[in-house]
Design a binder for this molecule. Structure first.
Ligand code: DQA
Length: 150
């Protein structure tokens, strides 16, 4: 059987509260339902989707470092509030040199001004913001297309 491509989905702080957290901004779906859906889609294309959520910057950095050991070929990353603050997470991604897509459920350009700054966008392959949970799915579809082209 053909070897599976490993993709890692990482979600940052407070995204474990999806479903109950500010539903007018983030919707009423839970993180586990998003992950379930993505895994189902990934499976169809021979992709093994790993997932990780943490409220801790330290643990997110460790997970990014570990991506090399898990032979991850692509990362889908919603850094949540760390988007706007964390040079340490940015440096971790630069260090491992694995391509990633930055995803935000809400449109960070249509909210408070401080959310318009991202420490990730310029080193990402692309950014999806404001498409709700579908943003994760579009990121996965892009990765599927890129893997197929190889
Ligand atoms: C978010 C946007 C961030 O500004 C915010 O801090 C989050 C979630 C989003 O998915 O829309 O926690 O990344």
């Amino acid at each position: 059987m053909e070897k599976k491509n490993n993709v890692l989905l990482i979600n940052g702080p407070n995204l474990n509260l999806l479903g109950e957290r500010e539903p007018t901004i983030y919707g009423s779906y839970t993180l586990s339902s998003i992950i379930k859906n993505l895994k189902k889609e990934a499976n169809k294309y021979n992709i093994q989707l790993f997932d990780f959520q943490s409220n801790s910057e330290h643990l997110l950095i460790e997970e990014i470092h570990n991506a090399k050991n898990k032979s991850i070929v692509y990362i889908i990353f919603n850094p949540a509030a760390f988007t706007h603050t964390s040079i340490a997470l940015r440096d971790a991604l630069s260090a491992i040199n694995i391509p990633f897509i930055e995803v935000h459920i809400s449109n960070i350009y249509a909210r408070e001004n401080f959310r318009t700054n991202s420490w990730f966008s310029d080193i990402s392959h692309g950014i999806i913001s404001g498409l709700g949970k579908d943003g994760y799915l579009w990121a996965l579809k892009t990765i599927i297309n890129r893997i197929k082209k190889k």
